[in-house]
Design a binder for this molecule. Structure first.
Ligand code: IMP
Length: 174
């Protein structure tokens, strides 16, 4: 499979403009306050890097890793592979996800993180597939809603491939 088989759904300029808007909103909603970003690996790493730079405020970053997906079908089974390196108690935390599909991953993560007593626990997701929702989760900052297609690029993968595409695209034939 080559890059030629991926068609663009959201272009690099569209991503950049939306992320500038999200970053400005996050800062404006918390004037003068430091923002602690929690990136869900691996899918959010590119979005997180751009979002962090788009927030005109004091920003710190941490990462966690869960496994919830095999191939293109959600298993609904979330396993923590890597935990945060710092406490989130008393901090304004923003959980940064690449995509909310069924909502299962985000729902599990929010339960665990809420129990750690952050001052605020907000969700920022680049993408959401509303037609696939199984568990409703609050998304405070959303980039784009997309149709029920399997997407890759800008951090999102298909079995480990395509994360480095600078746009979000659909793999032809899927
Ligand atoms: P959920 O638990 O069903 O909401 O799934 C969330 C996770 O599934 C995301 O963090 C992604 O890792 C993965 N995922 C869901 N849809 C896609 C997709 O279209 N492309 C790539 N990964 C996806």
């Amino acid at each position: 499979m080559t890059e030629a088989q991926v068609s663009t759904l959201i272009s690099a300029p569209e991503l950049a403009s939306k992320i500038r808007e999200l970053g400005a909103r996050i800062a404006a909603d918390h004037p003068g306050k430091p923002i602690h970003l929690l990136g869900v690996l691996k899918g959010s790493f590119i979005f997180m890097a751009d979002l962090a730079r788009a927030i005109p405020a004091e920003v710190s970053c941490d990462f966690l890793r869960v496994t919830s997906y095999k191939g293109t079908q959600s298993t609904g089974d979330v396993r923590f592979d890597m935990d945060l390196s710092e406490p989130i108690a008393g901090r304004i935390t923003v959980l940064v996800e690449d995509i909310v599909d069924t909502g299962t991953t985000m729902d599990s993560l929010l339960r665990v993180l809420r129990a750690r007593n952050p001052e605020k626990l907000l969700v920022c997701s680049l993408l959401q597939k509303p037609s696939r929702t199984k568990v409703k989760v609050p998304i405070d900052y959303l980039g784009f809603t997309i149709p029920d297609r399997f997407v890759v690029g800008y951090g999102l993968d298909y079995d480990g491939r395509f994360r480095n595409l600078p746009y979000v695209g659909v793999v032809e034939g899927m």
